[in-house]
Design a protein around this ligand. Structure first.
Ligand code: ATP
Length: 141
């Protein structure tokens, strides 16, 4: 049985509550605004903003959980890693049809916003498109 210095506790929380928890992780990979970061037990403390991307939690030789995370930030200290995001979904909970519909909606709205030179709508739809593509990507891994 692993001791507490060789594993991490991982929690992913959103305003709707806890989406994911695991107490036996050995490696967590996140994409921060400044690049990809791998965190293993006893890593130095970290606090960083996250991209809309996947979080990968490795708990054994080939046991990997993938969670789609919509931005937010990661905090790590004392072998506890917490992700706080606006929304997050475990791979198995992702509704691919919904994400595909959201992707097509966002693409269409983005095109319309570009034609109108509406920068705020362009940004909003770029972010919505990124969320949808990320969900599809994580679900189809
Ligand atoms: P949609 O346009 O389909 O609502 P969205 O990107 O606007 O997508 P969010 O505002 O990010 O959705 O999320 C709202 C809630 O719905 C969150 O709880 C999120 O986890 C959940 N959610 C959004 N899309 C999906 C999906 N494809 N599968 C499962 N849950 C989803």
């Amino acid at each position: 049985m692993a001791d507490n210095n060789s594993v991490l506790t991982v929690s992913i929380v959103t305003p709707d509550g806890k989406v994911y928890e695991r107490e036996d992780a050995r490696l967590v990979i996140v994409r921060t605004k400044t690049g990809q970061l791998g965190i293993m037990p006893n890593h130095v403390p970290v606090i960083a903003s996250l991209e809309v991307d996947e979080v990968k939690v490795n708990s054994g030789s080939d046991e990997v959980d993938e969670i789609a995370v919509n931005g937010g930030f990661v905090e790590f200290s004392n072998n506890i890693l917490t992700v706080i995001a606006d929304s997050a979904e475990k791979q198995a909970d992702i509704d691919v049809d919904r994400a595909t519909a959201a992707r097509e909606r966002a693409k269409k709205a983005l095109e319309e916003a570009r034609q109108k030179h509406d920068n705020q709508e362009i940004l909003r739809n770029q972010v919505a498109l990124r969320r949808a593509i990320n969900r599809i990507h994580v679900a189809k891994h």
